[in-house]
Design a binder for this molecule. Structure first.
Ligand SMILES: Cc1cc2nc3c(=O)[nH]c(=O)nc-3n(C[C@H](O)[C@H](O)[C@H](O)COP(=O)(O)O)c2cc1C
Length: 181
């Protein structure tokens, strides 16, 4: 049985960067979620899956979740890559919820979930995503009591931000090593 694999869903490369860093730490390969075949992940002792957060879903997770469910979550480590601040409990709770809504209830709280911070480059967004972000900014500008996060999003809206923090991936690497040992 192969030891570990890092699978990712990434639209603009931030999650892929973290996936590569984690795979480097584990000495294993990285494969995009859309290249994973049905049942393929059953051959690994440890699977790290990470995806970019897109308005209530995690890129690639819809396809990969059934294989995590089939393994009963054993040996699986999950992470999201989003703009939300990983230090906030709300970000962590939401990340877990995004994964668990596609898993059987019995797996609630089972696989460890990590939050890593990505970035955004507005001029590079595809039309669909640009429109979604424009709608969000429009909504936030009219909000009576915007949160600190709302204000931060508006302050960077239209520009480029990159929160990539390679050291934040160390916790994912450690958790995966723990599963493999
Ligand atoms: C249309 C759109 C929706 C997004 N929704 C969220 C969100 O709900 N929560 C969040 O933390 N980040 C959100 N983001 C930010 C992305 O998660 C962030 O850009 C991340 O780095 C993307 O990873 P990727 O480059 O691997 O696809 C959104 C970005 C776009 C373009």
């Amino acid at each position: 049985m192969d030891k570990s694999i890092v699978v990712y869903g990434s639209q603009y490369g931030a999650t892929e960067r973290y996936a590569r860093r984690i795979a480097e730490g584990l000495g294993c390969e990285t494969v995009p979620a859309d290249r994973i075949r049905k049942g393929q992940l059953a051959g690994y002792r440890t699977v790290v899956f990470g995806g970019g957060v897109y308005a209530g879903s995690v890129a690639g997770w819809k396809k990969i979740a059934p294989q995590c469910a089939a393994a009963g979550g054993r040996g699986w480590i999950l992470f999201v890559c989003g703009l939300a601040d990983p230090a906030k409990e709300k970000t962590q709770n939401e990340a877990r919820m995004l994964f668990e809504k596609r898993l059987p209830a019995a797996l609630a709280g089972k696989p460890p979930v990590f939050c890593l911070r990505g970035g955004i480059d507005y001029p590079k967004l595809r039309t669909k995503h640009r429109v979604m972000m424009a709608m969000l900014a429009h909504f936030l500008r009219r909000k009576k009591d915007p949160s600190e996060e709302d204000r931060q999003l508006l302050a960077t809206y239209g520009g480029k931000v990159d929160f990539f923090d390679p050291a934040s991936a160390d916790a994912v690497i450690a958790a995966a090593r723990n599963e493999t040992d």
